[in-house]
Design a protein around this ligand. Sequence first.
Ligand SMILES: Nc1ncnc2c1ncn2[C@@H]1O[C@H](COP(=O)(O)OP(=O)(O)OP(=O)(O)O)[C@@H](O)[C@H]1O
Ligand SMILES: [Mg+2]
Length: 245
Amino acid sequence: MTEPAGADHALLSVDHLSVAYGAIRALRDVSLHIQAGQIVALIGSNGAGKTTLLRTISGLLRPADGTIRWNGDDLHTLAPHRIVRKGICHVPEGRQIFANLSVRENLILGAYSLPHDKASVQSAMRNVFDLFPILDERKHQNAGTLSGGEQQMLAIGRALMGQPKLLLLDEPSLGLAPLIVRKIFQIIRDINARGTTIFLVEQNAHMALTIAHRGYVLQSGQVQLHGPADRLLQDPQVKEAYLGG
Ligand SMILES: Nc1ncnc2c1ncn2[C@@H]1O[C@H](COP(=O)(O)OP(=O)(O)OP(=O)(O)O)[C@@H](O)[C@H]1O
Ligand SMILES: [Mg+2]
């Protein structure tokens, strides 16, 4: 499949990536490009390899083959903390907040890649509270006592504390009620409008493609389709498999 014009100038370029867990090949020859300023959606069924791809971009898994480049520089050889420092922050599947720490303490942990002066941490936190006023109201509450939607907001807020250029989101809508899902998607749009590029993994294909500029469909570890999000929304194969016919 041909890549879009401008793939050479992508912020993030994944080329011919293969990742295996022992004998299990989770990703095979995956190529994908993310342009600065965009929201790019990755959709696919359970087990397609979406989380594996995000974890490989973040340096938590090493590829068996292929490359990941950031503004043209190799990323796939770097340790996770150096990848965060480049400006890539990951909101993991299942949120993984610290339940016994307060909202504020969770946010401070997200700032570990920033210069450790109080002023930059405070300013990052003000930005997060501006996007999520509820987190400001709940800042002294234990994170484990937040609602599911609030926990997702905290997980996103914690990643934003690292002031990312690229935000990786792994199924932010999982397990949330429709009203909260709409709210989360609106916030993802706002984050993008403020200048952060977004790579959004979702099983809610309709919502994801509605807010995305471009999309990729992953099936059994391979890219099956990609293109402008509005075109994927109209694609008969996508409609049949991911949009409920
Ligand atoms: N630690 C692991 N060891 C062995 N196999 C794994 C491991 N993690 C994932 N896999 C396998 O790799 C494949 C891709 O898994 P992955 O979690 O990336 O899929 P996914 O698209 O994120 O699925 P879901 O939508 O359910 O989150 C699956 O077949 C899974 O069983
Ligand atoms: Mg997953």
